[in-house]
Design a protein around this ligand. Structure first.
Ligand code: FES
Length: 136
């Protein structure tokens, strides 16, 4: 293992960014909860989006290993301030590369990618429902 694996993972593990929850009933909040069948770890990731499609806040809670916590912490840092279209393109490879995760820990970064997608889908679903309700 190279040094940056230790440094970056441990840094995010010890000082996780954006831990917490957003109000899941807020129409501008998307919530994603995903689990890894391999290990049973669970990750909740939430985003709050403004009217221009910009992610203005992101929070997570991860009940899992250090790499999963580091992956979700990094993911929330990345999506904050970005457009939802950009957030959709985040791949677990990008997270794994940034944290220099070893192969056995790749599914931990996959959990973060899945959690972002799930949060985006939830937000999109709410928005579609809202938009169609407004049209009626
Ligand atoms: Fe399962 Fe890391 S060991 S998420």
């Amino acid at each position: 293992l190279n040094r940056s694996y230790h440094e970056k993972v441990i840094d995010h593990y010890e000082n996780p960014r954006n831990v917490g929850s957003l109000d899941k009933n807020d129409p501008n909040v998307g919530t994603g909860v995903v689990g890894a069948p391999a290990c049973g770890d669970v990750m909740k990731l939430q985003i709050k989006v403004d009217d221009n499609g910009r992610i203005i806040d992101a929070k997570f809670k991860t009940f899992g290993c250090g790499s999963a916590i580091a992956s979700s912490s990094l993911a929330t840092e990345w999506v904050k301030g970005k457009q939802i279209d950009w957030a959709k393109t985040i791949k677990n490879d990008d997270i794994a590369k940034e944290l220099s995760l070893p192969p056995v820990k790749l599914h931990c970064s996959m959990l973060a990618q899945d959690a972002i997608q799930a949060a985006l889908n939830d937000y999109q679903k709410k928005k579609t429902q809202r938009d169609s309700a407004e049209k009626k």
